[in-house]
Design a binder for this molecule. Structure first.
Ligand SMILES: [Zn+2]
Length: 115
């Protein structure tokens, strides 16, 4: 099942903003994504995209490891969970990188820049 984070915020003026943001971007097709295949160096939104990145052969090897060991250290499927107010940048569906409008600078500083 495809999961994405839809953030809605009601501004003081009563204007409703609704936009879909993604925390990661596919290295193959460049689309925004919330879950997908991952290796040590690549991320891909689908099997097809991962096959493009690492080759069919490598992908088959990975799947074989899963079958035999129930685990594979270098190829797996994952979901990226985000603290949405702590990501400086997010991606739109077409892969455009945008500054996160919900970024909480104070919170970020408190967590990562200790005095
Ligand atoms: Zn893709």
């Amino acid at each position: 099942m495809s999961k994405h984070c839809q953030i809605e915020s009601n501004k003081k003026e009563g204007r409703k903003m609704s936009e879909q943001y993604y925390s990661r971007k596919c290295d193959s097709c460049g689309k925004g994504m919330e879950e997908g295949y991952m290796t040590s160096g690549e991320r891909a939104c689908s099997e097809k995209c991962m096959r493009m990145l690492i080759s069919d052969e490598a992908f088959e090897d990975g799947m074989k490891e899963w079958k035999e060991n129930g685990d594979c250290e270098w190829l797996f499927y994952t979901e990226w969970e985000q603290d949405w107010d702590l990501e400086e940048f997010l991606y739109l569906e077409n892969g455009t990188e945008v500054k996160n409008p919900f970024f909480d600078n104070d919170k970020f500083k408190k967590l990562y820049r200790r005095a």
